[in-house]
Design a protein around this ligand. Structure first.
Ligand SMILES: C[S@@+](CC[C@H](N)C(=O)[O-])C[C@H]1O[C@@H](n2cnc3c(N)ncnc32)[C@H](O)[C@@H]1O
Length: 294
């Protein structure tokens, strides 16, 4: 078994799903199958619909979950289409997990271009059937648009300067590699490694990844559809890794509660424990929100 990804806040996820009918779970972002593996082990009567938009991750999940093959249905695509692709009421879906972003498996593959610490092409597509890559964005978008992407999705402080420098550089050399971009960000920030200081390229890469993959599009309307597509008592867990996504999830969860369509299972988000963060640094920015359909 090769997870390469530590399922974030796994104990909390299982505790929440413990309170459901434990029939069919949907793992909207199966990645390497870490959470699904624990769900299938903890609830032996259950089945899992395992979704991922990245075919390489889905292949890894298939391999890692082969011991549960009869209880898992794999589905390639975005979870945003879940309610069109599956009749969740008829399938008696009792729990849905969304753990988006990227996995360690994706991050560690230099050819995918997600990591500023590895040398690779500026790709960043999760769904390899789509055509827009990060390189294309950097090589063809106007300065205003680039600055908007960096400040909106990465809260990058020198977004406009960075956009201008990207345009100047591309007049001579097209943008191709992660290292080219990391070096430019380091030069502009006059960056020197210091303990406890994050690398300035992290936010720039995050912004490009969110844009290339349309990560925030459709989440609000997907969340709004939950009450009409799930049976009463079903639970939804959403783990977020940056404030833009968390604000969005919080806003729609609260709206649904005001309309008395759902109960929030916790008034505030849950965070990973200190032990979890010490074991898996990638979990440090996670926030977990959960609701139950009324
Ligand atoms: C943080 S990883 C999930 C790890 C998984 N929970 C585990 O324990 O192994 C995020 C995964 O979600 C997938 N993903 C992100 N957004 C998605 C979307 N809109 N639809 C389907 N998959 C998505 C990514 O391709 C990636 O494999």
């Amino acid at each position: 078994m090769n997870f390469l990804h530590y399922p974030v806040m796994n104990r909390e996820v299982l505790e929440i799903f413990q309170g459901t009918e434990k029939k069919t779970f949907v793992d909207c972002t199966v990645g390497g199958g870490g959470h699904s593996h624990h769900i299938l082990s903890a609830f032996p009567e259950s089945r899992v619909i395992a979704i991922d938009q990245d075919s390489e991750s889905l292949a890894l999940a298939r391999e890692n979950l082969k011991g549960f093959a009869k209880r898992v249905r794999f589905h390639s695509g975005t979870f945003i289409n879940l309610f069109e692709d599956f009749n969740c009421r008829r399938l008696a879906v009792s729990g849905i997990l969304v753990d988006p972003g990227i996995s360690t498996f994706q991050l560690k593959k230099d050819q995918r271009g997600f990591s500023h610490t590895l040398d690779g092409p500026l790709d960043m597509r999760k769904d390899l059937n789509t055509s827009l890559t990060a390189a294309e964005v950097l090589n063809s978008f106007a300065e205003d648009k680039l600055a908007d992407i960096f400040s909106r999705y990465g809260e990058v402080s020198n977004a406009r300067r960075l956009a201008k420098a990207i345009i100047e550089k591309r007049l001579f050399t097209p943008w191709r590699s992660t290292v080219q971009l990391r070096r430019l960000v380091e030069d502009l920030a006059r960056w020197r490694p210091r303990p406890g200081l994050g690398h300035p390229a992290a936010k720039v890469f995050q912004a490009l990844r969110i844009f290339v993959n349309n990560e925030l599009d459709g989440i609000a309307s997907w969340l709004e559809k939950i009450p009409q597509h799930l049976l009463s008592g079903s639970r939804v867990v959403f783990i977020t890794y940056h404030s833009l996504e968390d604000r969005l999830v919080k806003r729609v969860f609260q709206q649904l509660q005001r309309l008395q369509k759902v109960e929030l299972l916790r008034p505030f988000p849950a965070f990973p424990s200190q032990t979890e963060v010490a074991d898996n640094l990638a979990s440090r920015s996670a926030k977990l929100r959960a609701l139950e359909v009324a």
